[in-house]
Structure formats: C-alpha cells, structure tokens
Design a protein around this ligand. Structure first.
Ligand code: M6R
Length: 594
C-alpha cells in the first residue's frame, strides 16, 4: 500500500521533476512519506522525508536533483513508523543500490538476522531494507544488477513491486509479485509505476508484467524476461484515459470532482452492454448459484447485487467478504459463478479469494482498472467505465459497479425493460448535484456529532451501510449502518437526542415499515435526516431535515441514486471539520496487503 515510480529518460532530460510529478499522482496510495533517488555520473542522490509531498517538497526541493534516471516512492507505513529513516528509497550499506518497494516482505526478520550475521548493518525498521542489502550481497559476488535482483526474489517471501537502480549500471530493474506494476513506453523515455495515473502524461502504451517477470529499462529499450530468464514479447495495450482525468480540474478535492462525475461514469458504463451480453451467453444455463466476493464499498455494491439477482433471475446468491472467503470454499463447484467486485483489481484479499475460487468455479471480475491483476486472473471480465478515481473514498466507481451489476442482472434474467430505467439514472443524479445547499446546511449542524446511525430496508439497507462507511472514512465520526428493522433488537438502546439518524426511505413496498422505524428513533429523541421522494409528505413531516429525490426513483433503482446525497453529507462534514477528504488517515486507495 505504497506507490512506486521509476523512469529512465532520453536526451539527458532530468528525471527528478518527472518523478516528482508522477509520484504526486500516486499520493492516494500513501501519504506519510515521500522519497526520490536519482543517479548522475555514477553517484546516487537521495532526498526523502516524512510528510506529504507538498510539505517535503517545500523543505527539500525534490525536483532539484541531477540525473536522467531514478526511482520514487510514496509511503503508507506498514513496518516502522513514518519517519525519514524509514522512508524509501532504501539503500544498500555501500549506498550503491537504491530500491523502492510496494508490498510486504514476510520473511524479512529471518533475512535481516542472516544479513546482520554476515556483517550488513541496517538503518531502518522496514521490511524493505533487506532488498537492497540482498542485491548488494549478490552484486559483491559478481552478479550484475539484473541477476542480483533475480537472486533476491528467490529469497524474499510476500508481496512486492520493486524498482532498483545502482551506481554502476545505467538501467532500472523492476519486478512484481502480488503487488501492481505497469511499464510505460513514452516519447521522453520509459517508465514503471504502481498505477497508470502516474504516467498518463508521459506514456499511454502500457505493458502489464506478470509475477516474477523481470523488467529491464535502459535508455533505448525495454526488455522483459520470464521467470526462467527468457526474453519475452508482451502485448502493448493503449490506455484511453487522458492526463486531465487524473487532475482536480478546478475542484477543491478529487472526491467532490468524482461525485460530480457520477452521471458520466454511469452513462459510460452503460455503453458496455454488448460485452456483458457476450459473457452472459457463455455462462447462462451453466450456473445454479452465484457468490459475490468483495471488500468495503465494493462489498456494499455486491449486497445490492444479491437482492437484484435473486429478485430478477431467481438464482440463489450469497455475498462474502473477500477476507472471509477462504473459510467458505467447501461447497463451491463448477456450477457456481463467483463474481469479484473491485475498483482497483489489486485488493489483496480479493485476489487471494479469486485464486481460491478459480480452482473450482467459474469466475467473473467487475473491475475499473484495465489490466489490473483481477482482470488477468478471472475467467470473465466486465470493465466499469468510471475513469481514474483518485480520492481514497470510492464514489463514482461504486455507482459504476452498481450499473454493471444491474446490467448483468437484467441481461441474465432477460429483463431488458430495466435498461429504460437505467438510461434515466444520469439525469436523476444530475438533479441532485444541481443544488446541494440543503446538504451543506445539514452538514454544518452535524459536524460536532460523535455517532450516527444510517438505517434502511431491502435495497435501502446497503445504501445505509455505504453512507455510514463514507462518513467513518473521511470524517472520523462513528457511523453505523443498520437494517432499519434490526435497530429495535439492540442498538435502539443507544439512541437519544445526541445521535443523528439518517433514514433512507425510497418509495416502494418497504417504505411504510421504514416509517415505523423512523418513529421509533424519533420518539427516543433522535435528530432525523431523511432521504426520500419529493412527494413523500409523511416522511417530510416526520423528519427534522429531508433531502428530496425524484419520485420516479423507486426502491429498486434507489441504490444508484440515493447514495449521492450521503456521499455529499460525508464530504461536507469533512470540510466543516477541516479534514482532507481525499486522504483519510490510516487509509490508502488500494489495499495490497491481507
Ligand atoms: O479496489 P477495491 O474496490 O477492491 O477496494 C475495496 C475497498 O478497499 C474499498 O472499497 C474501500 O472500502 C474504499 N476506501 C471505500 O471508500
């Protein structure tokens, strides 16, 4: 859960400014430290420190480093506190080798002990430092950088994307296992990076290396070798995301920009109908059970998927958290379709579950990032078309995942009529975004709350869960999503005038029962903020505040629309509390550790 970049440039261009620009596009992957290493005239230069990029850059002037090749890193600390010494790049004892790493080296304690016994001295508390030390050890035995990296990866266990440079050879050697790494071919030079936003400005032609393939970048060529050291030809894919898509474009924060891009994200995702039809034609008739597997927001999208598929297609459907999937594999068979939902396609828990499911069942991944690990491992892939999402809190990718799930359920069940409704979703979203004053006012009122409840029934239940997750993530207020009918079985004891309750009450069969649950919390003194239909007079009269949505959005469509005011509520409460919604503490966009 860090970001790495490496580049080697043509015509003696300075690498540091480009490394700084590129790594700043990966700040969503880690923001507790940053570091850059370049090499010039066989001398290594390193600038690194604790803090976000802006702070460290103001202090160290990171672009001001000589050398036309180098590596950079943003850190989300796992081993060792966020401080200067633990920041990457890490170097060998002789300071000739520098390495950046994303992942976790699980056997680093044993390796470190072994190296210390051999006389190597360590400076940091990180797991990563064993990598440059091992490379150095092999180079001292006569290996070149490439073979030393090859030897090193036979020693380390765990997850890694690594880029290494050394003072004696003008090249970057990179490799990966269970952590993402892409290679970019640009006019100015060659790149490696954890994710495409880092290099969109410089390279659109991308290669996706597989586990333990070695990537060797020199000024004039890119060589990729398989695990047996044979040079291999890899497919080059062109990404159609523009560099502007990964910029704030006038918005204060990526999260607000991405909330505002949701109608476009849904519209674009709807264009993928033909691809889904092809997949459905291959699996239809061969499955009698579906399991969704995901984490976080993607898990909430999956919960909606269960209701939808069971209602429309009548196929028994379960939802399992990816980290719990390995305990539920006993009854899997080849008639089970396991659907993996992941924005990044790189979430470690999800990838482990996918690996397990591939052994017995058919697998489908619904993913936003082209070429990510999940897309290469699953039997079938549906791409959501949200464009790059930089804010750590998932917003537009969530609505795109839901759109794909609705399309899949409609096609699988032959309920084509649903597309007529789906085509109207962008309009309903835009209606909400036209005027957000109401939500901004409510956010001012709620900024001092310590706890929140979000309640909903049926299709509104996952909306409540997702609303609560957004609030927790970016405002640090405790928010609990609950099935509206379950509150009276315990948590009602907590409700009083200090706990705001957000009631998600779209029009439909469940509305009346939700109203009874609203009365239950109201009579315990709760301050109720409702999200419901324009013409729901009863809801309006019983709530303290209400955000109204087009009455045509019934409960089945509600997940695609009703979440928007809740995302905005969290966003504005975060702003009121002077927090940066794009970079919540302790979190990173892509969780590449189990
Ligand atoms: O990339 P993924 O969709 O697999 O990520 C899963 C979760 O880590 C992610 O949804 C997380 O919960 C977000 N921060 C939610 O806003």
């Amino acid at each position: 859960m860090c970001g790495i970049v490496g580049c080697i440039l043509k015509n003696n261009r300075k690498a540091a400014p480009i490394l700084l620009d590129s790594i700043s596009k990966l700040e969503y992957r880690g923001y507790d430290s940053i570091g850059i290493a370049t090499i010039d005239n066989n001398k290594i230069f390193i600038k690194k420190d604790e803090g976000n990029i802006e702070t460290v850059d103001n202090k160290l002037d990171l672009a001001d480093m000589d050398g036309d090749y180098g590596i950079a890193h943003v850190r989300w600390a796992t081993h060792g506190d966020p401080n200067k010494v633990n920041s990457h790049p890490h170097t060998s004892q002789d300071e000739k080798i520098a390495v950046v790493h994303n992942g976790i080296i699980e056997n680093y304690v044993e390796l470190k002990e072994q190296l210390e016994n051999e006389g190597y001295e360590f400076k940091s508390d990180t797991d990563t430092e064993v990598i440059p030390q091992l490379i150095s050890k092999y180079m001292s035995k006569g290996f070149d950088l490439e073979s030393a990296v090859r030897e090193t990866i036979t020693m380390i266990e765990g997850a890694y994307a690594i880029a290494a440079i050394c003072t004696d050879e003008k090249k970057i050697v990179a490799t990966r296992k269970d952590s993402p790494l892409i290679v970019g071919l640009g006019k100015k030079g060659y790149f490696v990076a954890s994710d495409s936003p880092a290099i969109l400005k410089y390279a659109k032609d991308i290669i996706y290396p597989e586990k333990d393939e070695l990537v060797i970048l020199t000024e004039n060529e890119i060589v990729i070798k398989d695990e047996y050291d044979n040079i291999i030809e890899k497919e080059i894919e062109t990404i159609d995301w523009s560099p502007e898509m990964a910029e704030k474009e006038g918005y204060d924060y990526f999260m607000l920009k991405e909330i505002n891009e949701q109608s476009t994200a849904v519209k674009n995702t709807l264009t993928g109908k033909k691809e889904i039809e092809k997949i459905v034609s291959k699996i239809k008739g061969n499955i009698n059970r579906i399991i969704f597997v995901a984490c976080g927001t993607s898990y909430h999208a999956s919960l909606t998927g269960k209701y939808l598929i069971e209602t429309l297609a009548g196929i028994p459907t379960e939802v399992i958290l990816a980290s719990e999937f390995k305990y539920s594999t006993k009854t899997l068979d080849d008639k089970t379709l396991v659907i993996f939902i992941s924005q990044s396609g790189e979430t470690a828990d999800t990838l482990k579950a996918l690996e397990a499911a591939n052994k017995t069942s058919q697998t489908l991944a619904i993913v936003n990032v082209v070429g990510s690990s999940a897309t290469r491992q699953a039997n079938h892939v549906i791409y959501t078309q949200a464009g790059p999402e930089i804010g750590v809190a998932a917003t537009k990718t969530y609505l795109s995942q839901l759109t794909s799930i609705y399309m899949f359920a409609a096609i699988l069940s032959g309920n084509e009529y649903l597309f007529k409704d789906l085509n109207k979703i962008p309009k309903y979203i835009d209606e909400i975004l036209e005027d957000t004053t109401e939500i901004e006012l409510v956010s001012k009122k709620f900024k001092y709350a310590d706890d929140f409840f979000f309640i909903g029934r049926g299709y509104a239940y996952p909306i409540a869960l997702e609303g609560a997750l957004k609030l927790k993530e970016i405002t640090y207020i405790h928010g609990e999503g609950y099935a509206a009918g379950e509150l009276k079985h315990g948590p009602l004891a907590l409700i009083d005038q200090n706990i705001p309750v957000v009631v998600v009450a779209p029009p439909g069969d469940n509305n009346r029962k939700t109203m009874s649950n609203l009365e239950e919390v109201k009579s315990r003194g709760a301050d109720v903020f409702a999200v419901g239909s324009f013409d729901d007079e009863s809801l309006r009269s019983k709530s303290d505040d209400i955000f109204c949505i087009n009455p045509d959005v019934d409960e089945i469509l509600a997940p695609l629309v009703y979440i928007v005011p809740l995302q905005l509520l969290s966003y504005y409460v975060a702003i009121e509390r002077k927090l940066d919604p794009d970079k919540p503490r302790n979190l990173a966009k892509c969780v590449t550790v189990e």
